[in-house]
Design a protein around this ligand. Structure first.
Ligand code: GLA
Length: 382
């Protein structure tokens, strides 16, 4: 019965109205940090504590970053009762979570529905109920559930049931736990991620710290906006800001695009060794406010001229956030026409990265944008 109801919800094309994900759990896109992009399998409990310390003290917490998420490689084996154990790099998980909580932050953990995680550690296959309870007992607030070796034990057609099984187990613990689906967008997950209880779902294969990869992922999100909303978000993968593989303009593109996409903002760098420049990219309050706007509308491409693109995201107060992007190899002017946004001819424009009011404009606004760069502007009706 539940299965057929679920199938029905999926069949009618789950638009923002037809969702089962709990919108009180992630009313705005989750913000925080995740260990994978920088530390990968080398991560230790000390790195996680240092990240919590950094978020709590460097302005990130005040800017809205909340989750401190351990990705792959924390797992040891199971004890004789089948209970999952942390490995020697993590030791006492409960005390680590308590530490994160003591900083006023929340904690995230990672597993796979398969027998092994992507990095070959112990997965949850056959232990879903037990693992959900263990995460809740340790005090975790967020689970990223990564398909990986589930490919070897399930058919892809079983994915919906597999994810629903863990969601139901999490619900039974009675603890609110953000449920993050990671299966790289297979099977058009955006159509069924919310009905199986996902608060976010990866829409793509992995990001890397290169402009080409980041931009292909980000600019490919157009069209998925109809599936996102409060409690259920498309996830184009975690941030690479501060990891050093892109230049400043490219990271400006990364942040501008991710906030217009209402993407989860999970920093992926080493927060204990961050430059002031990376910190300011991650913590610009006006930029983050676009991502976290309560209306929860994911932005979309509204105009393109070859490698020059204009994206827009409508906001709660009637204003519109607009990104002017230059994907070409040299500086170029990029123009937004106000009629493309359904706006009246005369509006005011504020540059959110420069934190500067630019004045009133009629019909259109143009800015020179550097190679691989972006401007993020806020357009208000007079
Ligand atoms: C997959 C995920 C990544 C990360 C790794 C960990 O590749 O997509 O985000 O979690 O697994 O092994």
């Amino acid at each position: 019965m539940i299965k057929s109801l679920l199938a029905m919800v999926i069949a009618i094309g789950c638009t923002a109205g037809a969702v089962a994900a709990d919108s009180t759990t992630a009313p705005t896109p989750p913000m925080g940090w995740n260990s994978w992009n920088h530390f990968a399998c080398k991560v230790t409990a000390a790195d996680v504590r240092a990240s919590a310390d950094a978020i709590a003290s460097n302005g990130m917490k005040d800017a809205g970053y909340q989750y401190v998420n351990i990705d792959d490689c924390w797992q040891g084996g199971r004890d004789s009762a089948g209970r999952i154990q942390p490995n020697e790099k993590f030791g006492d998980m409960k005390s680590l979570v308590n530490y994160i909580h003591s900083k006023g932050l929340k904690a995230g953990i990672y597993s796979s529905p398969g027998p092994k995680t992507c990095a070959g550690y112990e997965g949850s296959f056959g232990h879903e109920e037990q693992d959900a309870q263990q995460y809740a007992d340790w005090g975790f607030d967020y689970l990223k559930y990564d398909w990986c070796s589930a490919e070897k034990v399930y058919q892809r057609s079983q994915m919906i049931d597999v994810y629903k099984k863990m969601h139901d187990a999490l619900v039974r613990t009675g603890r609110p736990i953000v449920f993050s689906l990671c299966q790289y967008g297979y099977g058009r997950v955006w159509r069924w991620g919310a009905p199986v209880g996902g608060n976010l779902w990866r829409t793509t294969e992995d990001i890397s710290d290169h402009y080409d990869r980041m931009s292909v992922i980000g600019f490919d999100q157009d069209g998925l906006e109809q599936f996102a909303g409060p409690g259920h978000w498309n996830d184009p993968d975690m941030l690479e800001v501060g990891n050093g593989g892109m230049n400043h303009d490219e990271y400006v593109t990364h942040m501008s695009l991710w906030v217009l996409l209402a993407a989860p903002l999970l920093a992926g760098n080493d927060l204990s060794k961050m430059t002031p420049e990376s910190l300011s990219l991650l913590t610009n309050r006006e930029v983050i406010a676009i991502d976290q706007d309560a209306k929860g509308v994911q932005g979309r491409r509204i105009a393109a001229e070859g490698p020059l693109e204009v994206w827009a995201k409508p906001l709660t107060d009637g204003s519109v956030a607009v990104g002017l992007f230059n994907r070409s190899e040299s500086t170029s002017p990029v123009t937004v026409n106000f009629k493309d946004l359904g706006l009246p001819p005369k509006v005011s424009v504020r540059d959110l990265w420069q934190r500067k009011d630019l004045g009133s404009f009629s019909d259109s606004y143009t800015q020179d944008i550097p190679r691989h760069g972006a401007a993020l502007i806020l357009i208000r009706i007079h």
